[in-house]
Ligand binder design. Structure first.
Ligand SMILES: Nc1ncnc2c1ncn2[C@@H]1O[C@H](COP(=O)(O)OP(=O)(O)OP(=O)(O)O)[C@@H](O)[C@H]1O
Length: 659
């Protein structure tokens, strides 16, 4: 025998509580979020639209009341004849009904046009908000965090289409004033005409229909959320097929059939899941609620007919009751102006809120906007990584482990190390895209965290390995190295010359003004190596605009071997007096640097000049010799396929590395 409270009672209460909490979370809070957006559409416009919708809600009811009264007045008017008081009353009521009808026809498009204005204003304000939100982090940690990117993806989906936007949901919310005002007025009309039990029954039937409709839509949208991974895969496969990026490889490897099959299979899974969900979510509730609604509305109709048959209601009351019931029941369906857009907007706004929460959560440990200015000429003595330790957020792996590294001002320091050694991470810390987890980066002894990041970054010209190929003109691509100063064409040209790309750019159809994308009229695309030179020119432009530190992360990865040797031969010359940092995993490329640092396992394992390091016979010497031998044998995997005149280039490198 069991004793105590039956487990079912407690679990039923807990279940109810969970359902309630879930409903508040999914249906109430998101609606409040939509409501909070309304003021951004303009308070005056919102109030005007609300009043307009109130009127639009009442006009059809006025029409029904007028036509019902008209029906009741007909016998007396016909009896009295034209010119009688009853006839005049009939005419006046007819005019009233006509006015209600015409006003509805005139005001509905006005409401729609103003509603669109509300939609545009709200969407534009929200888009600006979302943009500001993503530009808010001083560092890039949040932008490299997958959860943040997922939330962002979900939030901006609302802006990627022109339906179902939060602005449209605001319009829909105001339009609901018309729907529900009409429902209340019709229930009152039914109550007055044929009695309150019928009125409440019809009102309940309409609300039950509405609940079924909206609840179904809510549950259905959950299916979409559960399928987000599949939808992402569809988007990815679509992009693979429809863009030129993967076109070569797909054909060379014969992947077209595989891609088409996979695309079809994922779509089929998604379609089947939605189909099953549609049946589950809509069919049973639809049948139950329709039955309930028909019973209640039918009951009210039958009751009205009985009243009429026994002479307990007037002709006017009967006409009013029947018309009001029919009109009210028509309010029990889907509201195209509100329902779908509200549901999608609720999902987007909830995702936007989660994005905000996630960014707040990630704020801890992120670079903060320091206030101090950067003294002119910094660094005058050195830039130093002072026992810097670092691991990426959400990762326990130590990338830098108390690293000590000094970049003497005005000299060229090279950091070399194998893939994954942490070289790019050093650059991210130097540019304050992340904050060290321990230790500090110091410029002339001052922790750079104290500087205003915007001012500090103007001081540092950085070109990353994955630099951006802006779909802008060649001149703009270079001048973006210092967007805070007006574009100087002479400087652009000089930077292009230093990077060895000026001649190629001037030969383009519009010279420096040629858009570097085939997506624009007169535009052209460049080769990988030419793009890399554009990026290098951007860094030179930053130097001309006042930057004192130059950081190039794998600047020659896309250059051919001969060009790489030539670039490094000139680089030290061109940047004399600049504090420069060259990052490379190719040991042979940095031998001309004043100072070479070898990073491995989060530590500096060796430092010195090329000759000193070779003489030391350590890590650097071993890897340098290994790579030089590979060059000499023409086996360097990164280069051997790039060359037309392979032998000549290999000789150039072999010569370069052994000089
Ligand atoms: N955003 C990130 N989140 C988590 N781990 C990261 C992130 N970026 C890099 N890492 C990890 O940090 C380590 C160091 O990466 P980093 O890019 O600094 O290496 P690297 O020396 O520049 O390599 P390569 O020569 O291949 O460019 C690697 O193990 C990498 O996987």
């Amino acid at each position: 025998m069991t004793t105590g409270t039956p487990p079912s009672a407690g679990s039923a209460t807990a279940g109810l509580r969970a359902t309630w909490a879930n409903w508040v979370e999914e249906a109430v809070r998101p609606r409040l979020r939509i409501a909070r957006l309304l003021p951004s559409g303009g308070v005056g416009l919102v109030v005007f639209l609300a009043v307009l919708n109130l009127v639009l809600g009442l006009l059809p009811v006025a029409f029904v009341v007028a036509t019902s009264t008209l029906v009741g007045e007909v016998p007396a008017a016909v009896g009295g004849g034209v010119g009688s008081a009853a006839w005049d009353r009939l005419t006046s009521i007819f005019l009233l009904a006509a006015a209600a009808f015409l006003l509805t026809q005139v005001l509905t498009p006005v409401g729609n046009a103003l509603g669109q204005q509300l939609r545009r204003r709200v969407d534009s304000a929200l888009r600006d908000d979302a943009m500001a939100l993503m530009l808010r982090p001083v560092g890039i940690g949040p932008l490299e965090d997958q959860r943040t990117l997922d939330e962002l993806n979900e939030a901006v989906r609302a802006f990627d289409r022109d339906w179902g936007t939060p602005g449209q949901a605001c319009f829909g919310m105001v339009a609901l004033v018309a729907r529900y005002t009409r429902l209340v007025a019709l229930v009152v009309a039914i109550g007055l005409a044929i009695g309150w039990p019928s009125a409440l029954g019809v009102g309940a039937a309409v609300l039950a229909f509405r609940y079924g409709q909206r609840g179904g839509l809510r549950k259905y949208s959950r299916v979409g959320r559960d399928l987000i991974g599949r939808m992402r895969e569809i988007g990815y496969l679509h992009e693979l097929t429809m863009t030129d990026v993967a076109a070569k490889e797909i054909r060379v490897f014969g992947l077209t059939g595989w891609l088409a099959d996979r695309y079809a299979a994922v779509w089929e899974t998604v379609r089947n899941t939605f189909e099953r969900a549609r049946r589950r979510v809509y069919l049973t509730p639809y049948l139950v609620l329709t039955l309930l609604g028909l019973l209640l509305a039918g009951g009210a109709m039958v009751y009205a007919a009985q009243l009429a048959a026994t002479g307990r209601v007037s002709l006017t009351a009967l006409a009013l009751g029947v018309q009001a019931i029919v009109l009210a029941i028509s309010l029990g369906g889907y509201y195209p102006e509100a329902d779908t857009s509200t549901q999608y907007a609720m999902l987007s706004l909830t995702a936007l809120q989660r994005l905000r929460d996630r960014l707040d959560e990630l704020d801890e440990g992120q670079p903060t906007p320091g206030r101090a200015g950067v003294p002119p000429g910094t660094p005058a003595a050195s830039l130093a990584f002072d026992r810097v330790g670092f691991h990426y957020p959400d990762s326990d792996r130590t990338v830098l482990d108390g690293i000590e590294l000094v970049l003497p001002a005005g000299r060229c320091t090279a950091v070399v190390g194998v893939n994954g050694a942490g070289k790019t991470t050093l650059v991210k810390l130097l540019a304050r895209l992340y904050e060290p987890t321990s230790g500090a980066v110091r410029a002339d002894g001052v922790d750079i965290a104290e500087f205003d990041p915007v001012l500090w970054r103007r001081q540092v010209g950085v070109i990353f390995q994955d630099f951006v190929r802006y779909e802008l003109t060649a001149a703009e691509n270079i001048a973006l190295g210092a967007a805070h100063v007006p574009v100087d064409r002479a400087v652009v040209l000089r930077a292009a010359e230093r990077a060895g790309i000026a001649e190629a750019l001037l030969a383009l159809p519009d010279g420096l003004d040629t858009p570097l994308s085939r997506a624009y009229p007169g535009g052209t695309d460049l080769s990988g190596g030419q793009w890399q030179r554009i990026a290098i020119a951007r860094a030179f432009y930053a130097l001309e605009a006042g930057a004192t530190v130059l950081v190039l992360d794998e600047p020659t990865a896309a250059l051919d071997v001969r060009a790489e040797v030539a670039f490094f031969d000139r680089f030290v010359e061109l940047t004399r007096g600049v504090t420069s940092l060259l990052i490379s995993h190719r040991f042979s490329s940095v031998r001309r640097a004043d100072h070479i640092v070898v990073v491995d396992g989060g530590h500096v394992v060796e430092r010195g000049s090329h000759d000193e390091l070779i003489a030391a016979g350590g890590h650097y010497a071993r890897l340098f010799t290994l790579q030089a031998k590979r060059f000499a044998r023409g086996l360097d995997a990164e280069d051997d396929e790039a060359e037309d005149d392979d032998t000549e280039d290999t000789a150039a490198v072999a010569e370069g590395v052994s000089r």
